[in-house]
Design a binder for this molecule. Structure first.
Ligand SMILES: Cc1cc2nc3c(=O)[nH]c(=O)nc-3n(C[C@H](O)[C@H](O)[C@H](O)COP(=O)(O)O)c2cc1C
Length: 148
């Protein structure tokens, strides 16, 4: 099973670490897409004294106590809209945002293109961020169809 974990800049960075550790320990999870916001890095530094800025997979593995060569966690940059979980055709089981800041929860305008929202959209979770293009509504398709 594949999941995405988004870490945003709310208090409770320890819950992100524990969620990742528990998911990684699950026998049914074979891929975790990890997205870390810039504010999440700041909070993790303040709360856990851990430096997540520019962290690579080996660093994440160290942080979570996983084997150095573990491929389980796939890091995705927050602005990488070409990342695998960003694709509408990409199958995954779900997404966890932990901890979730009010800024992310409330969807401020500047975060509309946030990868987190795009994945929520693909998973069909209602949110007030930018929504994916779903094609023309049925009535408009009928109205524009050639008449014979
Ligand atoms: C140490 C620290 C703790 C914070 N705790 C919270 C919090 O508990 N809840 C919250 O909504 N924002 C909190 N913030 C503010 C958010 O990090 C800020 O609103 C940020 O823009 C959120 O961006 P993001 O959603 O992209 O991570 C905290 C910031 C810092 C530096």
């Amino acid at each position: 099973m594949e999941f995405t974990v988004g870490i945003t800049g709310a208090s409770g960075a320890i819950y992100a670490q524990r969620t990742l550790i528990h998911l990684a320990a699950s026998a049914v999870v074979d891929r975790i897409n990890l997205i870390i916001s810039g504010s999440a890095e700041t909070v993790a530094r303040a709360e856990l004294a851990v430096d997540l800025r520019g962290i690579d997979r080996a660093g994440v593995n160290r942080w979570l106590g996983l084997p150095a060569d573990s491929q389980l966690i796939q890091l995705n940059r927050l602005d990488n809209m070409a990342a695998r979980p960003s694709s509408g055709s990409h199958q995954q089981e779900g997404m966890v945002i932990v901890p979730c800041s009010m800024a992310t929860l409330g969807v401020i305008e500047a975060l509309v293109d946030h990868l987190v929202f795009r994945i929520l959209d693909h998973l069909g979770v209602p949110h007030s961020g930018a929504t994916r293009w779903k094609g023309l509504p049925e009535q408009e398709l009928e109205a524009t169809a050639p008449k014979d």
